[in-house]
Design a protein around this ligand. Structure first.
Ligand code: ZN
Length: 502
């Protein structure tokens, strides 16, 4: 007879099996699937999602969990069994608190919202999107009320993406970051020094970009025996089993950065997935911790490693050999400055390492105001423009390049945006600790050695899975709570020398 805990784990592993099949179908849909196959593919995925949802809300889970709540297996919340019971209880409570009618209304509004958003963006017509967005805001408030929250309704929404994190704490950290980042970005914008960006827009043959990107991803630790790199329109990383992680990119023959840094970013996500414990696959100890922690791994490899001078000290000769016509006559310092260009811009996904967080802070402030009812949807475009003027010193000429640029709100993803900046903040704080403990990462990168950092991340960040909350993990690994200091110090150091700030 299997024990209750074994039954619970077996059930979760079987759900993960179904989920991983759905992931493979979704990956195929976004990379290789012939266009006419879309309708039947949607049926396949919907069928599997229904099975998965039914399994998640199986009343037996509630019975097993209440039986296990007082057992020895649950006594240490950070042990594998303790974390499994704690996190499955959390998920089960959340899923069973939201009435089925609200789940369906949200799923319908999100489909309609994405369609309305896409049409409104094309037509530059916010008014045509405002109705469905108002409905989404109402439904998200109802969801928060159903799930419950400690302080403000936004807490409940944030918790879906960053479990255990609070609005008050994120507000505190991002506000401190904003206060120092706004003047830093303004000083950079005023600097007379400018990189030559033309060198990144020369001809970079796609086959060579693919070979070079693959080599770099492999060098930093993405395991191609347990993963692949393919082409797509909107790059993503997906795992579909403990030994199968797919990363994707898109190539621009006349712009070096899109594919190269995109590959490093997705490889960073993939390295995290590959670093999770395979024997815990489908269970909380073998599952990624939060969206913010996931993003910290992609940002760390993309920015803190991939945009560092030491990284290019090692890789630049190879880049020049791979792209002799584009880079043969370009000194390393010119290339390094070009890939670290900072300037206030309108579009988040095209923004640089420094201004990116201001784009996020604007969205975080606005979506909180919507949920807390201090801003109406009709006043949103004006509030958006005002914040861009205030934080970035620029203003979008129209809503298509302003409030309508991201799909998130139309897809009912409210509470998601701050996880991007949390990722940058976690990454910076982890990196500073790793640099101290491993004794000078720059020298290692310059020598092409990335294994020590990879191993450090696997031991401290990937291995524990969900055994600690993100804030507990940050304290355990870095010895202090999450703050803005490491990120700001790294940005200041890099840009002070590049832009000749005082
Ligand atoms: Zn990412």
């Amino acid at each position: 007879m299997p024990t209750t805990f074994e039954r619970l784990c077996e059930h979760a592993r079987e759900t993960a099996l179904l989920n991983s099949i759905a992931e493979l179908l979704q990956w195929d849909e976004r990379t290789l699937m012939p266009s006419a196959a879309g309708t039947y593919r949607a049926e396949q995925i919907t069928y599997l999602s229904g099975q998965v949802h039914a399994r998640h809300t199986d009343p037996r889970i509630g019975e097993w969990l209440s039986e296990l709540a007082e057992s020895d297996l649950a006594s240490d919340p950070h042990s594998d069994s303790g974390a499994t019971i704690r996190m499955m209880q959390r998920e089960f409570d959340k899923l069973t608190k939201v009435p089925q009618s609200l789940v369906e209304a949200l799923s319908r509004a999100s489909v309609l919202g994405q369609q309305a958003w896409s049409a409104a963006r094309k037509a530059n017509d916010f008014a045509s999107f405002a109705g469905v967005l108002s409905e989404i805001v109402e439904l998200k408030r109802a969801q928060a009320a159903a799930v419950g929250f400690a302080d403000v309704p936004y807490d409940a929404l944030l918790d879906d993406y960053e479990p255990g994190e609070t609005t008050a704490n994120v507000t505190h950290v991002l506000e401190e970051l904003r206060q120092e980042l706004v003047p830093l970005v303004a000083a950079i914008a005023d600097s007379p020094r400018r990189p030559n960006l033309e060198i990144l827009r020369r001809e970079y043959a796609i086959s060579q970009q693919q070979a070079f990107g693959t080599q770099a991803a492999s060098a930093i630790g993405f395991d191609f025996r347990r993963g692949r790199l393919d082409v797509t329109d909107h790059p993503f990383c997906a795992e579909m089993g403990p030994d199968d992680c797919r990363i994707t990119t898109r190539y621009d023959e006349h712009f070096f950065s899109t594919a190269f840094f995109g590959i490093l970013h997705e490889a960073g996500h993939g390295i995290y997935d590959q670093g999770l414990r395979a024997d815990q696959y489908g269970l909380p100890p073998g599952t990624y911790l939060s969206l913010g922690i996931h993003e910290s791994q992609s940002r760390l490899w993309e920015n803190l490693v991939g945009r560092s001078r030491a990284f290019w000290h090692h890789f630049y000769p190879q880049a020049q050999t791979t792209f002799p016509r584009a880079l043969g006559d370009v000194p390393l310092d010119d290339f390094y400055f070009a890939i670290n260009d900072v300037r206030p811009s309108l579009i988040r996904v095209e923004s640089d390492e420094a201004t990116y967080n201001l784009h996020i802070i604007i969205r975080f402030e606005l979506e909180q105001a919507l949920i807390n009812d201090t801003l109406t949807v009709s006043d949103l475009p004006a509030a958006w423009r005002e914040k861009y003027r205030h934080y970035l010193g620029i203003e979008p000429p129209d809503d298509a390049d302003g409030v309508l640029q991201d799909v998130h709100w139309g897809a009912a993803l409210i509470g998601y945006f701050p996880t991007y900046s949390l990722g940058n903040l976690y990454a910076a704080q982890f990196f500073a600790t790793a640099d101290q403990e491993l004794g000078g990462l720059d020298d290692q990168f310059a020598a092409g050695e990335f294994q020590p950092l990879l191993q450090w991340l696997q031991d401290r960040i990937h291995g524990p899975g969900q055994c600690y909350s993100a804030s507990q993990l940050v304290e355990r690994v870095t010895g202090k709570p999450l703050g803005h200091e490491s990120l700001l110090a790294q940005l200041r150091t890099k840009y002070t020398s590049l832009y000749g700030l005082e």
